[in-house]
Design a protein around this ligand. Structure first.
Ligand code: UD1
Length: 362
């Protein structure tokens, strides 16, 4: 079975790593990586291939940045050609980015079966490009790998056939488990002269936060007011936006603003932080697995399980809520009780996914 794994962005590389590694254990699967080039800076792509010892993609379409429609259309044209040449039996797409949608839609139109990793996650906010990508990808997929029973239930509610849904668990969890020692070997906290559990780590890059100036200013303004050391590995788009609205200098003065860091270094920062401040989907879960409280700078989340477990607070862009949640999280630490039963702890997702690809019913 020839499986084309289509990726393009930083989180997709991380989500795919366990699948790529374990594919070697399945002699009937020939898996190869197709990179759209959505992320192209060393810090956003290649550094993760190096760190996680992943093979180079068989092709990189080099699409780069642009409007969502331009970017998605360029990817589809490139993938149309790539699929025709590479002749995959199945196209596997992880996550919810424009690369995910382009990978799935192009395959569906060429009648190549699509399998979606991280299917059924929903924020129920169609203003988010990722929600559009997830929903459309799910609805043109033949096999849907859901992280939790909640994700599977979302798919059923949308009328997706039961025999297409597989509860797989989360490859991101598997990756955290696999690399616990690598994470502990990093000493980012020491390098920055920080004290463990005495600082916050911040990431912010979602379009809904960075693109609307008033909201962006409100969030940054609230964070600047916090009485907390903050490390801020900054996404290139966020840095550009801070520069455009004249806040870069202030942010650089107040926070430790650094380049996007490697996977192990990031998880080391998360593990040792008193609190994670983020609008990323993946980091909400990574904070959970590494037992650090999270404050999510969004109005909705796909990972309600973390909110229900009491480890993640959704605060949107409200300055009062942000200050209160950060105060509480730093004072109370990570609640222990509900952790062990969480559905976010299903092990061996990649093996379940790879075995399932070989089953009948495509
Ligand atoms: C994309 C995903 C988002 C994911 C994020 C992870 C979509 C719709 N969004 O957002 O779901 O959480 O990746 O990081 O697919 N840029 C660079 N160098 C790069 C890549 C981007 O400088 O290597 C800058 C460019 O100015 C670009 C901007 O970042 O215009 C946005 O990049 P883009 O790929 O459009 O979306 P992300 O914000 O990275």
């Amino acid at each position: 079975m020839r499986v084309a794994l289509v990726i393009g962005t930083r989180p997709q590389i991380i989500k795919s790593a366990p699948i790529i590694h374990n594919a070697n254990k399945f002699p009937d699967i020939e898996l190869f990586v197709v990179h759209t080039g959505q992320h192209y800076d060393y810090e956003m792509s290649k550094q993760f291939f190096n760190e996680l010892s992943l093979p180079d993609p068989v092709v990189n379409l080099g699409v780069g940045s642009g409007s969502h429609n331009w970017q998605t259309a360029q990817m589809m044209m490139g993938l149309d050609k790539a699929y025709a040449e590479l002749k995959p039996d199945i196209v596997l797409v992880p996550g919810d980015t424009n690369s995910t949608l382009a990978g799935a839609l192009t395959a569906a139109k060429m009648r190549i079966p699509v399998a979606h990793v991280e299917a059924g996650a929903r924020s129920f906010d169609m203003r988010m490009p990722e929600e559009v990508n997830r929903r459309l990808t799910d609805h043109c997929s033949a096999r849907l790998f859901a992280v939790t029973e909640g994700c599977a239930a979302n798919l059923r509610r949308e009328g997706i056939r039961e025999d297409r849904i597989v509860l797989s668990g989360d490859t991101m969890y598997e990756s955290v488990q696999r690399h616990r020692r690598d994470i502990d070997k990093e000493d980012v906290v020491g390098e920055f002269g920080l004290a463990a559990k005495n600082y916050g780590v911040l990431t912010l890059h979602r379009a809904e936060n960075t693109d609307e100036e008033e909201r962006f200013r409100r969030i940054i303004g609230s964070l600047l007011e916090l009485d907390l050391d903050i490390v801020f590995p900054c996404h290139p788009r966020t840095k550009n936006r801070l520069n455009e609205i004249g806040l870069l200098g202030k942010v650089q003065q107040r926070f430790r603003l650094i380049q996007p860091v490697s996977y192990f270094r990031m998880l080391s920062l998360v593990k040792n932080a008193a609190v994670v401040l983020t609008d990323s989907g993946g980091l909400q879960k990574e904070a959970f697995w590494l037992r650090t409280p999270c404050v999510t700078l969004r109005d909705s989340t796909e990972w309600l399980e973390t909110v229900e477990a009491g480890t993640n607070q959704l605060v949107g862009s409200d300055p009062e809520k942000i200050a209160r949640a950060v105060g509480e999280a730093s004072a109370q630490g990570f609640p222990v009780t509900p952790f062990e039963d969480s559905e976010l702890l299903i092990p061996d997702a990649s093996v379940r996914i790879l075995s399932n690809l070989l089953s009948n019913g495509w």
